[in-house]
Design a protein around this ligand. Structure first.
Ligand SMILES: CC(C)(COP(=O)(O)OP(=O)(O)OC[C@H]1O[C@@H](n2cnc3c(N)ncnc32)[C@H](O)[C@@H]1OP(=O)(O)O)[C@@H](O)C(=O)NCCC(=O)NCCS
Length: 163
């Protein structure tokens, strides 16, 4: 498995548009209202700017050495720039779920952000009807931190203290 920026192959926009239209991804992730290929291409074109401005980083989860094979996405948005707190999100295409890929991707991005990028806290918000997503981040060391008024479960991981 490998992580790479979106836009590396001409088919990326098609894959992304298909993901935004998938039932569980549309329900449990924040995806644009317009699920079309052009909207996906525009979103991909805007990714370098969002990344350079420190607003968000979204990466395609792919097969090592085969960048055209896309399994899903893992990404973070900057929630509190002063505190350096981020929110993580992720999805996989239905055919490649259940084999631990989401955990590998979340673990890799979490480790890089906390240990090499100065991020102090990462949190995930998971829907109460989506226990799989909570399990994915729990496997990566996130711990339940509480529940929001609408039942959303919040899981958190913090930067380890310096040695
Ligand atoms: C969430 C998602 C990425 C998980 O993908 P995955 O890596 O294939 O996850 P798995 O199917 O391996 O399941 C993860 C864990 O949940 C458990 N699980 C699976 N189905 C479950 C269920 N119905 N109830 C409770 N736990 C369940 C698995 O056993 C596994 O736990 P384990 O580590 O203890 O074995 C994938 O389901 C997805 O893309 N869903 C749609 C988008 C989404 O929900 N994204 C997350 C938004 S926060």
């Amino acid at each position: 498995m490998a992580l790479r920026p979106w836009g590396a192959t001409p088919k990326d926009a098609e894959f992304l548009a298909a993901a935004w239209a998938e039932e569980d991804i549309a329900r449990f992730c924040s995806v644009p209202v317009d699920h079309g290929r052009d909207a996906a291409a525009a979103w991909i074109a805007g990714e370098p700017d969002r990344r350079d401005r420190g607003l968000a980083l979204d990466l395609a989860i792919t097969e090592l050495g085969q960048p055209e094979v896309i399994f899903g996405e893992v990404g973070v948005t900057m929630a509190e720039p002063v505190k350096r707190w981020c929110e993580i999100g992720f999805w996989l295409f239905p055919g490649v779920r259940g084999e631990g890929r989401a955990s590998l991707a979340v673990d890799a991005l979490t480790d890089w952000l906390l240990n090499e990028h100065g991020i102090r806290r990462i949190f995930a918000r998971t829907h109460p009807d989506n226990p799989r997503s909570a399990r994915v981040v729990e496997r990566c060391g996130y711990q339940a931190a509480g529940e929001l008024a609408d039942g959303t479960i919040v899981l958190v991981i913090d930067q380890p203290p310096p040695l």
